[in-house]
Design a binder for this molecule. Structure first.
Ligand code: AMP
Ligand code: GLY
Length: 424
């Protein structure tokens, strides 16, 4: 099978790593990729947001499967362009990806499907925003309606800051967004990321993971794309996956099919386990980053066949997925200044020393590129995702941090408490 992966972050490096270990995969390509992906796949300098260019590349390569990693190409309709070219694609249509592309649309689908989520208002003026904030009280939750790379959400006890964020989103709507904000009730309780692979009808949940969204230790600092993750979750209630399948994932997939926008690909439910029950915080229309790094580290079933079954509508025929009983932890190494103003172009050293010969510790690249002399340079906010497996979370965590300690990148930052509580 010839597979083309679209994207160039650590999530796509993790996807490429799993695909390269699948004996069914004869050729692996990635566009645009990064310095690490280039060691596993042939990389192509194609604009990932250009559906026609991606479809042309897939045709030229005679790809049997295209896997679209990030949200921006999905929302831009890249999967539609590939599907129209007659090539199986893992990833939803642009219309179905609105589940992530518009928080207001996601709320509407959840209401239609009876899926439990935070009560919310969609606001288009500062006056409406002020009214909504006062209706719920502090802590305030204000979300940009459109895509914002994990940075559109502000959770704060400060009413002035909440109003300022709302006004900012209304003034400068992101591409595709309508200058709307969603203001919702605050959900307490631990967060869980649960991914499911679906073909629009059948839903196959993966193992849950937990992401660390804030920039600094102790969940301080601004929201980021994610600073680390681990799986499994020893503290999660028994039966959580079955409950979420029944109350969230299957009803959402059924509702989208009923609306004429069937969703195939990866449905990501961000959940809060509140004192009043499980609630959806958000949906994403693709694998989460960095949760993918730890979920795929534990998946034993070869990946290509699973993704192809989603793309071809044959998930119901698949054998149950097999999982490693052990644990996985990933720690993100970010550039100085991330998330506000990351600095780039610095040399990275210690990449080989960070990895273990037995394959239990490996470095997944996010924002990296090669310079003219083959040196790896930083080229983004999140630069690396050091990933480790082990018999327990404590072991995986220790190995991941030993790997991080070998990385030399001027000014880099990482959290020191990824999986700390869960490993105790
Ligand atoms: P989102 O982009 O919607 O996942 O939001 C990013 C992060 O903001 C989430 O992972 C939560 O930590 C936090 N958050 C979002 N919505 C809420 C909410 N209703 N209550 C509490 N925290 C929230
Ligand atoms: N880790 C959160 C996300 O991928 O959106």
């Amino acid at each position: 099978m010839k597979v083309l992966v679209i994207g160039g972050g650590a999530r796509e490096h993790a996807l490429c790593r799993s695909l390269s270990q699948d004996p069914a995969v004869s050729e692996l390509h990635c566009a645009p990729g990064n310095a690490g992906i280039g060691q596993l796949a042939t990389v192509h300098p194609v604009d990932q947001l250009d559906g026609a260019a991606v479809a042309a590349l897939a045709r030229e390569l005679a790809a049997d499967l295209v896997v679209v990693g990030p949200e921006a190409p999905l929302v831009a309709g890249v999967a539609d362009a590939v599907r129209e070219a007659g090539i199986p694609v893992f990833g939803p249509s642009g219309a179905a990806a609105q589940l992530e592309g518009s928080k207001a649309f996601a709320k509407e689908v959840m209401a239609g499907a009876g899926v439990p989520t935070a009560r919310s208002y969609v606001c288009t003026t500062p006056e409406e925003a002020a009214e909504a904030l006062d209706a719920f009280g502090a802590p305030y939750v204000v979300k940009d309606d459109g895509l914002a790379a994990g940075k559109g959400v502000v959770v704060t006890a400060d009413r002035t800051a909440a109003l300022a964020h709302a006004a900012g989103c209304m003034e400068a709507p992101p591409a595709g967004g309508g200058g709307r904000v969603v203001i919702e009730e605050y959900l307490d309780g631990p967060e869980v990321s649960l991914f499911a692979i679906t073909d629009g009808t059948t839903v196959l949940p993966l193992q849950p993971a937990q992401d660390f969204k804030r920039a600094l230790d102790g969940d301080a600092g601004p929201n980021t794309g994610g600073m680390g993750a681990y799986s499994p979750l020893p503290w999660a209630p028994e039966g959580l996956v079955a409950e979420v399948l029944e109350t969230v994932l299957q009803p959402t997939v059924d509702e989208l099919r009923r609306r004429g926008t069937p969703f195939s690909g990866l449905l990501y439910a961000g959940l809060a386990l509140t004192s009043r029950g499980t609630r959806v915080i958000e949906f994403n229309a693709r694998f989460g980053d960095p949760e993918t790094q730890v979920v795929l580290a534990r998946l034993r079933t070869p990946l290509a066949g699973v993704l192809l079954a989603s793309a071809t509508g044959t998930l119901a025929d698949l054998e149950p997925l097999r999982w490693d009983e052990g644990a996985a932890v990933t720690v993100v190494v970010a550039a100085e200044g991330y998330p506000a103003a990351p600095r780039s172009g610095d040399p990275i050293e210690g990449l080989a020393a960070a990895e273990s010969a037995d394959g239990t510790v490996y470095v997944l690249h996010a924002g990296t590129r090669l310079d003219g002399e083959g040196r790896v340079l930083s080229a983004g906010g999140r630069v690396l995702s050091v990933t480790a497996t082990g018999g327990s979370l404590a072991e995986a965590r220790e190995r991941a941090y030993a790997g991080v300690a070998e990385i030399k990148l001027d000014g880099s930052q990482h959290r020191t408490d990824i999986a700390l509580k869960a490993a105790q």
